[in-house]
Design a protein around this ligand. Structure first.
Ligand code: PMP
Length: 301
């Protein structure tokens, strides 16, 4: 297991900064037993001029609140206080390039009645891109994403990730790097922890919202594509259509932008290095580190 903390690591817990090794949670928590909690995955980067910059912190904390409201979890925190707390935790741990994990969890409650209070923790650790930096061999999962009529699928709820874990473990057990899941109608939805785009004849395509977590990185890809003059089409599509793509990639805060080598052992037509996805990957890196694309290209050369 990765080392998420050591004896010196500090985290944020309900307004205080405490040692990770000494922080306690209630084992009777409803979150622990039922997966009834919400969280975020955020990244901070050391920018080109040496500052620590959290990428899109407002968007992430607004989504955390929306997720909590979807689940009826009491939520009393402001975006400003949580951003301030996050910078403080980064500083206390001497981290600039970091993954940030806020979690809103429930108190002791074995029943299904609503709670009158929630707890919040913010944890930070150094983390390489979640899916690595090599092109991915992706497998169509035998698992579907949760039915949006059974869950608030656009909420980042802890329990939803049982589905993600099953799918990812299945893909790895079969010798692949990651899974790709369909929605309940048999259209492509997303990966266990990332959104998907494919490229065909100079355009990008991505599943419409409704059956996916609408990612903040996905929205950033829309912005970068617009700047490049590349059209992005949101639509429903199947594995058969995806197999005719020129290239494909996953994107997410933890994964960043990562290209695919193949889907179900079928390679894509174009070389990743010549793809729009590769340009988006470079532009994303430049954006989050506030550096110019030229310098990013130099660094990667
Ligand atoms: N889909 C799922 C299921 C995810 O867990 C994530 C990661 N939060 C994403 C998509 C990408 O979202 P974001 O770009 O906001 O990190």
């Amino acid at each position: 297991m990765a080392a998420y903390y050591n004896n010196d690591t500090m985290l944020y817990l309900d307004g205080a900064y405490v040692k990770a090794s000494e922080a306690k949670i209630d084992l009777y928590s409803q979150t622990m037993h039922y997966g009834y909690g919400v969280f975020e995955g955020i990244r901070a980067y050391r920018t080109e001029n040496g500052e620590t910059k959290i990428f899109k912190p407002v968007e992430h904390y607004v989504r955390l609140e929306r997720s909590a409201r979807f689940l009826n979890l009491p939520y009393t925190y402001t975006v400003e206080e949580l951003i301030e707390a996050t910078y403080k935790v980064l500083e206390l741990n001497n981290l600039q390039d970091a993954y940030i994990r806020p979690l809103v969890y429930a108190p002791a409650n074995m029943s299904f009645v609503p709670n009158t209070e929630s707890h919040i923790t913010i944890q930070v650790w150094a983390m390489q891109p979640f899916l690595g930096e090599k092109l991915l061999r992706v497998m169509t999962s035998s698992y579907q994403r949760p039915n949006p009529k059974g869950f608030h699928i656009e909420a980042k709820a802890s329990g939803h990730y049982v589905n993600s874990i099953l799918a990812s473990q299945e893909a790895k057990a079969n010798g692949f790097d990651e899974a790709l899941l369909n929605d309940m109608d048999g259209n492509i939805a997303e990966g266990p922890g990332a959104n998907i785009f494919y490229e065909k004849f100079g355009r990008l395509y991505t599943p419409s919202t409704g059956n996916i977590l609408p990612g903040i990185t996905r929205a950033t890809v829309f912005e970068l594509a617009a700047q490049m003059g590349v059209e992005v089409v949101e639509k429903q599509f199947t594995t058969a259509e995806l197999q005719t793509a020129d290239a494909a990639f996953f994107c997410g805060t933890a994964a960043e932008v990562i290209g695919w080598e193949s889907l179900d052992n079928t390679a894509f037509a174009n070389n990743w290095n010549d793809s729009i996805g590769k340009q988006i990957q470079l532009a994303y890196k430049a954006l989050v580190t506030e550096s110019s694309i030229k310098e990013t290209l130099k660094e990667l050369a």
